[in-house]
Ligand binder design. Structure first.
Ligand code: SAJ
Length: 421
């Protein structure tokens, strides 16, 4: 395999394309957005992620990575497009996967490998992707069950953590589900060009479920931590201290409570399991409710903290869905701010990683946010906020992310979890 066509140049497709291109492959990166294509061909990138700009520049400079609006013939095709969910009925929107798959049909040739990296509900590869690709006239290889097959199809879900994508792309283990063993092995050989973690083979539906199970596992465990935080308020303890102490147990690792679960993965993927089996997933559905309820809880805390103050000024620190990324998709911080917007408050939002005017309440410096505030609300655990000095702050501080260190916790007035000192 020499030529790879990567469909989708987002947080997964772009790093993957650049990685292959810097490991000896000729890569055509395809995106429907003209600005993304133009930027990349000019050696620039549209996403913020440590190391991605340098890697993409190296790839483009070497001429091994070219961006385009249209796919072309290749040995392998990798589909890495978004799979959002429909807000009303919480079902996976496969339209980007379908149109990416349809776009490569005219270019498929015998011996080609097509890999789906996007996170999808179980059975999508078999029931949706394979029939589209077979419109090319080629038959998908199914080992001995179908010796005429000459198109190889696999699902290799991405598992990288935003903020550490390039590192995890190389070092994480990968799970590859093949429609048959030959497809899985071909995909393994391809990824082995840069993956240093283990590569494990399975069938496509198992690989789809593995990816969803990973993110659902995290969602459920965050919900448990969030529920503990709600209980902490009732029994008046400091939730952060209690979790630290519980985690001294050798087999306990409680995650961090917070203002909710954001991002385009963990807040979304559990619904893909629910979609496949709604009758037997009460735990997953409740988990989603618990985590989605957290912004409301935080907004309620803020209202309590400034009760009696006329048109209080609230400093809201952090807008992204988690620390040290620039991504505001499904961000609980934004949801909290939307809830507070309905009140008679003056909101001053500050996030060093989010361009100004993304939301109307943004100010350009932390000083502008903090000055004269009646409450400080920490919504994202950016490293920059860890240095926050509260010495001259005399208003309630609601630290929803445990950003403040233990000493400062003693001087901050309201703990997330509700207990007061
Ligand atoms: N969060 C908490 N408490 C915690 C941990 C996280 O409230 O203890 C919140 C975060 O603040 C954020 C959300 O959960 O709002 C999700 O953040 P995350 O860091 O847990 O995960 P993502 O969405 O950035 O990336 C996840 C990863 N999955 C797992 O760790 C199982 C990543 O490996 C996946 O590749 C990625 O989803 C994806 O693309 O699916």
């Amino acid at each position: 395999m020499k030529n790879i066509c990567v469909l989708g140049l987002g947080y997964i497709g772009l790093p993957t394309a650049a990685m292959f291109a810097t490991h000896g492959f000729k890569v055509l990166g395809v995106d429907v957005k003209e600005s993304v294509v133009e930027l990349l061909n000019n050696e620039d990138v549209h996403i913020q992620e440590p190391g991605i700009k340098t890697l993409a520049q190296t790839a483009v400079k070497s001429s091994n990575l070219i961006a385009s609006l249209k796919p072309d013939y290749a040995d392998a095709f990798i589909i890495a497009v978004p799979t959002p969910f429909t807000k009303d009925d919480k079902k996976c929107d496969l339209s980007y996967v379908i149109s990416a798959a349809e776009s490569i049909v005219p270019f498929l040739q015998p011996g080609n490998l097509a890999i789906l990296e996007s996170t999808v509900p179980p059975r999508t590869t078999e029931d949706i992707l394979v029939p589209i690709l077979e419109r090319s006239g080629l038959v998908v290889s199914r080992g001995e069950a179908n010796p005429r097959g000459s198109l190889y199809v696999a699902h290799c879900p991405e598992r990288v953590l935003p903020g550490s994508i390039l590192k995890e792309l190389v070092h994480n283990d990968r799970v590859i589900g093949g429609v048959d063993r030959a497809a899985a092995k071909m995909a393994k050989d391809l990824y082995a060009s840069f993956v240093e973690g283990g590569i494990f083979l399975a069938d496509t539906t198992t690989a789809e479920m593995v990816k969803l199970m990973e993110n659902t596992y995290r969602d459920v465990n965050i919900a448990l931590a969030n529920e503990f935080a709600l209980v902490a308020e009732k029994v008046r303890i400091n939730i952060w201290e209690a979790i630290e102490l519980a985690n001294r147990h050798p087999r306990v690792n409680i995650l961090k409570p917070g203002p909710g679960v954001g991002g385009h993965c963990i807040a979304v993927d559990p619904w893909f399991i629910v979609q496949a089996a709604p009758d037997v997933t009460p735990l997953i559905q409740t988990t989603r409710q618990v985590n989605d309820g957290m912004p409301n809880y935080v907004a309620k805390m803020v209202k309590q903290a400034v009760m009696g103050v006329k048109r209080p000024v609230i400093a809201c620190l952090g807008l992204t869905y988690k620390g040290d990324v620039d991504d505001i998709r499904e961000s609980p911080a934004i949801k909290v701010i939307e809830l507070l917007r309905a009140e008679d408050f003056e909101l001053r939002a500050y996030d060093p990683l989010v361009p100004l005017k993304t939301i109307p309440e943004q100010v350009s410096t932390i000083e502008a946010a903090l000055s004269g505030s009646d409450a400080i609300l920490i919504l994202t655990d950016h490293t920059a906020f860890k240095k926050l000095c509260l010495d001259n702050i005399h208003c309630p501080v609601i630290d929803t992310r445990d950003v403040l260190d233990a000493d400062q916790r003693l001087t901050s007035f309201i703990f997330f979890g509700g207990s007061k000192i």
